[in-house]
Design a protein around this ligand. Sequence first.
Ligand SMILES: C[S@@+](CC[C@H](N)C(=O)[O-])C[C@H]1O[C@@H](n2cnc3c(N)ncnc32)[C@H](O)[C@@H]1O
Length: 227
Amino acid sequence: MRDSASAAATELPDYLRDTYTWAYLDHRTLPWLDRPVVVSAILWGNASRLMDGAVREFNPGQRVLQAAAVYGDFSPRLARRLGDAGQLTVLDVAPIQIANTRRKLAPWPHMHAQVADLTEPVGTTFDAVCCFFLLHEVPPHARQRIVANLLKAVEPGGKIVFVDYHRPRWWHPMGPIMALVFRYLEPFANSLLAESIETLVPETADFDWKKETFFGGLYQRVVGIRR
Ligand SMILES: C[S@@+](CC[C@H](N)C(=O)[O-])C[C@H]1O[C@@H](n2cnc3c(N)ncnc32)[C@H](O)[C@@H]1O
């Protein structure tokens, strides 16, 4: 993994600046969006269920990579789960998000957060990798690079967990609202909904996959075990 000095110079991707400055790069909106109650509202009351479901996939004592910062208390939940013998590494391309994650992880001094662009190779391997609602926020080419890099960061016998949006069933009452959200606020989400994470890149062939959907199909959890 790159050291913090070179990583601090990492450039922000154009898609992040152009589309998500208001959500991830602005120190005025960050404290509001980081509140668990706001995260819960954005996920229609499913935040706890989705976070707990992801966190339960990992075991105390494991070395886990969290791909990108997540608002609310996701990282603290994961740190608590991994415990004193575990190690959590959070990588995010935005220094403001890393500073915020370090603040939230302060009670766990042995957990780390570091600036890094996940479209570049991670450079080390982990027992497990967690990617929570990142893939719908990046354009297809960057998504493929990120997924390939994350898969390569899983040790043989290790696990990767993706939680993200999924195409809701046709009758879903939130379908029309989510269509507007995806059209105006999350312009890369529809391209994720048209794809299957478990076949996105050739590296997926090295894994055995299990996929579940939740809340009328609006969310998916895709778990891969490296052979
Ligand atoms: C995990 S996603 C969204 C998570 C979810 N919507 C939430 O509640 O926070 C957002 C993060 O992804 C980060 N990100 C986007 N592209 C990235 C990349 N190429 N490498 C590392 N982090 C990236 C952004 O900086 C942002 O902090």
